[in-house]
Design a binder for this molecule. Structure first.
Ligand SMILES: Nc1nc2c(c(=O)[nH]1)N[C@H]1C(S)=C(S)[C@@H](COP(=O)(O)OP(=O)(O)OC[C@H]3O[C@@H](n4cnc5c(=O)[nH]c(N)nc54)[C@H](O)[C@@H]3O)O[C@H]1N2
Ligand SMILES: Nc1nc2c(c(=O)[nH]1)N[C@H]1C(S)=C(S)[C@@H](COP(=O)(O)OP(=O)(O)OC[C@H]3O[C@@H](n4cnc5c(=O)[nH]c(N)nc54)[C@H](O)[C@@H]3O)O[C@H]1N2
Ligand code: SF4
Ligand SMILES: [Mo]
Length: 908
C-alpha cells in the first residue's frame, strides 16, 4: 500500500484537506491533520468520498450526438463550430458558462481564451448564482473583492453572527470549529439570522427568524442604533472610510427605532434589542453570511449593510472580527481570482479600467480586450433563447437544474445551435442537450489548485488513473484554443505552468495597489508546485535573498483599503421588497436550499449509499398549521406551483419553517426523481448590481397530489419507472431504492409487478402477500437465498420503514426467521431495525438512538459513547439533541395534541 495522497475535498468552500490512500480497488479517505482548514476533521460528505469513485455512470469517451468519437474529432468539432459562429455573427455570439468546481488552472485558461483571444467577455460562471452579490459588495466597500478574515478569527470572536447561513449543514467543519471554540471559551455567543429554524440554531444563543428578504432593515436598524448609542468608532471612520454620515442617515430613515425595525422584520423587539446590545458590547464580532444574503434581488445591499456595521465600529482587520462571506463551492474563490465572472478581467483587474486592460494586453500579448462586461448567467441564457448567442460551452455545472426559471433555460439550450458540455458524468439533465460531450477528469484524477473561503490556496492532487479517455479540463480548453488558431498562449504542458502564469499576472504591474498578488508563487518549480502547502494569499514576492514567500492570514491589518484613496466605503443601503411578493393566488413564499448529505444536483453525492439515507427524498417542508389549513398531511404527496413551474414531493412538517412559507431542497434532478427540479419554480428576478438570482423568495401555492397508491421497491437491479405517476430513486448499498406512487390501480398487482418491474424469467423464489380489499400488496424475490428485490404497495403512505429491509441486501442469505418477517417489513427483534439513518458517518439509525435514549442516555455525549453517533463529523448532533428532547417530552407525559402522528414515512 502506498502512502496517502494529500489532496482537498471537492465539495464545499471550507476546503478541507483530505488524505486518500489507495489500497487495491478501495480508496480510504480521512481528514488531513496538517491542513489548516480542518486539522483532520471531515464532515459526512467528505468522509463518504470513497463511495463516489466508482466508474459507473462516468462519461468515458467524447461524443458527438450519440456517437462516441476520438478526441481529435471532438476537439475539431468544437473549434470549427465556435470559429464558424464567430466568423458569421461576431465574437459575442459565443459564450462559456463555467463553474466554481473547476480548478484555478482550468478556470484561468477558459477566461484567457474567451476574454483574451476570442475577444468577448461572454464567460460567466455558476458563481453568479452564488457569490456575485458578495463580490459586488466587497468591491463597493473595499475597492476589491476581498474576504479579510481567517477561520481562526471565528474561534477568537466573542460574538459570531450567522446570517442566511445553515452552517451546520453547508459548512459543517467550520460549524464544528465554532462549537469547539465555544466549549473552550463559554463567553462566546452565537446568533443565527434565518427565517428558518435550521439545525444551525442548535448552537445559537439567539435565533432571529426574520421575515424573508428583510436583512437590510435589520442591519440598518443596527447601524442606526449603534449611532444613537454613541458606539460608532469615529476615529476609524474619519481616518479610513467615506460615506458614513450618509449611510447612517439612510439607516435611520429606513429602519427607524428598534420597534419599527422589529416590526418590519417580523421579529420580537426585545430579541432584536438583545442582539443589538450584544453586537454593541462585543468588540470581537464576526458576521458570517451566505446565500440567505447573496441570493436576493437586494443581495448586494444586504451584504453592504452587514459590512457597514463592521466599518462603522472599526471591527475589521484585527483578530476575531470582520464581515465574512463564506464561499460555497470548492473553488468559488479561485474563480473570482482568475476573473471568471463576465464583469471582471483577470487577477482581480477590471474590464472597464483602461490601465488594467493595458497590463493584461501586454501580459497576454494580445492587441485587444473587451471593454464592457459580458452576459451574466441569466442574461446569457436569455440571449441563447432569443438567438443572440449561438454557441455555448458549459463546463462543470448543471444549469438545467441550478438556474432559476429552469424550464426556460432548457428551452434556451434547445434553441442554441451548438451546445458543448464538459462533465465527468454521462447522464445529467444538461448533458441531455449537448451536441458535443467532452469527458473531464473527476476528483481523484484532477490535479491543480483551489482556493477556499479564507483564501488558502491548496492542491488537489491525483491519486487515480483517469477513467476511460477523460482528460483535464485545462487540457481540453487549450486543445480547442490551439485548434481555433491560437497557437501562442496555450502551449501549457501541465497545471504548474498555468499556475505560474496566473501567479505572474497577479504580480504584473502590481505596486501593492491590488491585494490579489501571488508574486511569491510565480517562480515555483514543478517540484515546488507538487509539494505546495496550503497558503493564504496574498503571497508577495520575498524581498530578501533567503526569505521564503509567506502567505497572509488576515487582510486590512494596516487599515488600508483598495479604493484609490485607500479608504473603505460605507454604502447607504435602502431596503427593498423582493421583486415578486405573495398574493391571493400564490400565498406562500418558496425558500430553497441545501440538505446535509447531498451536493447540488447529486452527480457525485448521489452515488454514496451512506449519503442517501439521511434525507432520501425531496420534500416540501411547511408549518404544521399551514398544512392543516391547506388540507395536507405529512407524508402525502403535494404539488407546489409558482408562476414559473411546479414540482411534486412529499410533505414534511419539521417545525423548522415559519407560517407562510415553504422550503424545498435543491438537489433532485430528473435523473433522481420524476418531478422535483425546484429550479423550474424559481422566479427569474436578479439583483440589479450583481445579477444574482432571487433563489430564496418565490410566491407559491400548494395542493394535494392525489394518488391511488403509494409504494416502494428495493432491488439489486434497475427497475424502469415509466408506469408510475411519481417516483424517486435512491442509491443504497447493494440495491437501488424506488419510492413511487400511482394514480391508477392495476387489475392485478402481481401481474403488474411481474410485467413491468421484476420480470425475471428464471427460477427466483416469490414470497407474496396480498390484502385485496385493503389494497395492500407485498412481494419479495429471492435468488439463491439472497434477497433480490422487494416491493411494498399500500393505498396510504404508511409503509414500513425501509432501513431494516435495506440491511437485508448486505446479508449473505436470508434466514428462515427473516423470511417470516420480510413481508411485514419489520424485524422480529426490534433492535435489528435501527431505523432511518441519522449519523451518516457511523450509519446509526433513528430507532437505535431512540432506544439508547430510552435506556438512559440523557445527552448527546452519552449517546455518542454508546453508539458513536455524532462523534465524527458532528453534523447529526442537532438531530440527536432533538430526539432527546422529544423523548423527554414524551416521558414527561406532556400532552402534545398538535403533533402530527408519525406515519412511518421515511422522512425523519
Ligand atoms: N451539504 C451541502 N453543503 C453545501 C452545498 C451543498 O450542496 N450541500 N453547497 C455549497 C454551496 S455551492 C453553497 S453556495 C453553500 C450555501 O450555504 P448556505 O447559504 O448556508 O445554504 P442554503 O441552504 O442555500 O441557504 C442558507 C439559508 O438562507 C436562509 N434564508 C432564506 N431567505 C433568507 C433571508 O431573506 N434572510 C436570511 N438571513 N436568510 C435567509 C435559508 O432559510 C437557509 O437556511 O453551501 C455549500 N455547502
Ligand atoms: N433553487 C436554487 N437553485 C440554486 C441554488 C439555490 O440555493 N436554490 N444555489 C445556487 C448555487 S449557490 C450554486 S453554486 C449552483 C450549483 O449548481 P451546479 O453547478 O449546476 O451544480 P452541480 O450539481 O455541482 O453541477 C456540477 C456539474 O459539473 C460536473 N463536474 C464536477 N466536477 C467536474 C470537473 O472537475 N470538471 C467538469 N467538466 N465537470 C465536473 C458534475 O458532474 C455536475 O454535472 O446552484 C445554484 N442554484
Ligand atoms: S466541510 Fe465537509 S464538504 Fe466541506 S470541505 Fe470539509 S469535508 Fe468537504
Ligand atoms: Mo454556491
Amino acid at each position: 500500500m502506498n502512502g496517502p495522497t494529500r489532496t482537498t475535498c471537492p465539495y464545499c468552500g471550507v476546503g478541507c484537506g483530505v488524505l486518500a490512500r489507495v489500497a487495491g480497488a478501495e480508496v480510504h479517505i480521512s481528514g488531513d491533520p496538517a491542513h489548516p482548514a480542518n486539522r483532520g476533521a471531515l464532515c459526512s460528505k467528505g468522509a463518504a468520498l470513497g463511495e463516489t469513485l466508482q466508474p459507473t455512470g462516468r462519461l468515458l469517451r467524447p461524443r458527438i450526438g450519440a456517437r462516441e468519437v476520438g478526441w481529435d474529432d471532438a476537439l475539431r468539432k468544437v473549434a470549427t463550430g465556435f470559429r464558424r459562429v464567430i466568423e458569421r455573427h461576431g465574437a459575442n455570439a459565443v459564450a462559456f458558462y463555467v463553474s466554481g468546481q473547476l480548478l484555478t488552472e482550468d478556470y484561468y485558461v477558459a477566461n484567457k481564451l474567451m476574454k483574451g483571444f476570442i475577444g468577448s467577455a461572454n464567460i460567466d460562471t455558476n458563481s453568479r448564482l452564488c457569490m456575485s452579490s458578495a463580490v459586488a459588495a466587497h468591491k463597493r466597500a473595499f475597492g476589491e473583492d476581498l474576504v479579510g478574515v481567517t477561520y481562526e478569527d471565528l474561534e477568537l470572536a466573542d460574538l459570531v453572527v450567522l446570517v442566511g447561513s445553515n452552517t451546520a449543514w453547508c459548512h459543517p467543519v467550520l460549524y464544528q470549529r465554532i462549537i469547539r471554540a465555544r466549549e473552550r471559551r463559554p463567553c462566546m455567543r452565537v446568533v443565527v439570522i434565518d427565517p428558518r429554524r435550521t439545525p444551525t440554531c442548535d448552537l445559537a444563543d439567539l435565533h432571529l427568524p426574520l421575515r424573508s428578504g428583510t436583512d437590510v432593515v435589520l442591519f440598518n436598524g443596527l447601524l442606526a442604533w449603534l449611532s444613537q448609542q454613541g458606539l460608532l468608532n469615529e476615529e476609524f471612520l474619519d481616518a479610513h472610510t467615506r460615506g458614513a454620515a450618509r449611510a447612517v442617515l439612510v439607516a435611520e430613515n429606513t429602519a427607524g427605532s428598534i420597534l419599527a425595525a422589529a416590526h418590519a422584520c417580523g421579529v420580537d423587539a426585545s430579541t432584536l434589542q438583545l442582539f443589538y446590545e450584544w453586537f454593541g458590547a462585543s468588540e470581537r464580532v464576526i458576521s458570517m453570511f451566505s446565500q440567505g444574503v447573496n441570493q436576493s434581488s437586494s443581495g448586494t445591499d444586504k451584504a453592504n449593510s452587514i459590512i457597514n456595521v463592521h466599518l462603522a465600529t472599526g471591527r475589521i482587520g484585527r483578530p476575531g472580527m470582520g464581515p465574512f462571506s463564506v464561499t460555497g463551492q470548492p473553488n468559488a474563490m479561485g474563480g473570482r481570482e482568475v476573473g471568471g465572472l463576465a464583469n471582471m478581467l483577470a487577477a482581480h483587474m477590471e474590464l472597464d479600467n483602461e490601465e488594467h486592460r493595458a497590463l493584461v494586453r501586454q501580459f497576454w500579448g494580445v492587441s485587444e480586450l473587451p471593454e464592457r462586461p459580458g452576459l451574466k448567467a441569466i442574461e446569457l441564457f436569455e440571449a441563447m433563447y432569443d438567438g443572440r448567442v449561438k454557441a455555448v460551452w458549459i463546463m462543470a455545472t448543471n444549469p438545467i437544474v441550478s438556474l432559476p426559471n429552469a424550464a426556460r433555460a432548457r428551452e434556451a439550450l434547445e434553441r442554441c445551435e451548438l451546445v458543448v458540455v464538459s462533465d465527468c458524468v454521462a447522464a445529467t439533465d444538461t448533458t441531455a442537450y449537448a451536441h458535443v460531450l467532452l469527458p473531464a477528469h473527476a476528483w481523484g484524477e484532477k490535479d491543480g489548485t483551489v482556493t477556499n473561503s479564507d483564501r488558502h490556496i491548496s492542491r488537489q492532487r491525483a491519486f487515480l488513473a483517469p477513467a476511460g479517455e477523460a482528460r483535464a479540463d485545462w487540457w481540453i480548453i487549450c486543445q480547442v484554443a490551439r485548434r481555433m488558431g491560437y497557437t501562442r498562449g496555450f502551449e501549457f504542458e501541465g497545471p504548474e505552468q498555468i499556475f505560474a502564469e496566473h501567479a505572474a499576472l497577479s504580480a504584473y504591474g502590481n505596486d501593492g495597489g491590488r491585494a490579489f498578488d501571488l508574486g511569491g508563487l510565480a517562480m515555483l518549480s514543478a517540484q515546488d508546485y507538487a509539494d505546495l502547502e496550503p497558503v493564504p494569499w496574498p503571497v508577495r514576492k520575498a524581498l530578501g535573498v533567503d526569505e521564503r514567500p509567506a502567505g497572509t492570514d488576515r487582510l486590512f491589518t494596516d487599515r488600508r483599503f483598495f479604493h484609490p484613496d485607500q479608504r473603505a466605503r460605507l454604502v447607504a443601503t435602502r431596503p427593498r421588497a423582493p421583486r415578486y411578493t405573495r398574493d391571493e393566488e400564490y400565498p406562500l413564499i418558496l425558500n430553497t436550499g441545501r440538505i446535509r448529505d447531498q451536493w447540488h444536483s447529486m452527480t457525485r453525492s448521489g452515488l454514496a449509499p451512506r449519503l442517501g439515507s439521511h434525507l432520501p427524498e425531496p420534500y416540501i417542508d411547511m408549518h404544521a398549521a399551514d398544512a392543516l389549513s391547506f388540507g395536507l398531511r405529512q407524508g402525502t404527496l403535494v404539488r407546489a406551483t409558482t408562476r414559473w413551474g411546479s414540482l411534486v414531493a412529499r410533505l414534511r412538517t419539521s417545525g423548522e419553517v415559519a407560517r407562510g412559507s415553504i422550503f424545498v431542497p435543491i438537489h433532485w434532478s430528473d435523473q433522481w426523481a420524476s418531478d422535483a427540479r425546484v429550479g423550474a419554480l424559481v422566479n427569474p428576478a436578479a439583483d440589479p448590481i450583481s445579477g444574482e438570482p432571487e433563489f430564496k423568495h418565490t410566491p407559491a401555492r400548494v395542493e394535494p397530489f392525489l394518488v391511488a397508491w403509494y409504494g416502494f421497491a428495493l432491488s439489486r437491479g434497475q427497475i424502469p419507472m415509466d408506469n408510475v405517476s411519481w417516483w424517486v430513486r435512491v442509491q443504497g448499498l447493494h440495491f437501488t431504492r424506488y419510492e413511487m406512487a400511482g394514480r391508477n390501480v392495476p387489475g392485478s398487482w402481481e401481474g403488474w409487478v411481474r410485467r413491468f418491474w421484476l420480470n425475471s424469467p428464471d427460477a427466483a423464489e416469490w414470497i407474496e402477500y396480498e390484502d385485496r380489499a385493503a389494497g395492500i400488496y407485498r412481494v419479495a424475490l429471492l435468488r439463491n437465498e439472497r434477497l433480490e428485490a422487494c416491493v411494498f404497495i399500500s393505498p396510504r403512505p404508511d409503509l414500513p420503514e425501509r432501513g431494516w429491509l435495506a440491511g437485508l441486501f448486505s446479508a449473505a442469505r436470508i434466514t428462515v426467521q427473516s423470511r417470516a418477517s420480510l413481508l411485514s417489513g419489520r424485524a422480529r427483534d426490534p433492535a435489528a431495525d435501527t431505523g432511518a439513518t441519522v449519523c451518516a458517518c457511523f450509519g446509526v439509525g433513528r430507532n437505535a438512538i431512540k432506544a439508547a435514549i430510552a435506556d438512559g442516555c440523557r445527552d448527546t455525549r452519552a449517546v455518542g459513547e454508546r453508539l458513536k453517533a455524532g462523534t465524527n463529523c458532528g453534523s447529526c448532533v442537532p438531530e440527536i439533541r432533538r430526539l432527546i428532547a422529544e423523548t423527554a417530552a414524551v416521558t414527561n407525559d406532556v400532552a402534545r395534541k398538535d403533533q402530527v402522528p408519525d406515519d412511518g414515512t421515511a422522512i425523519a
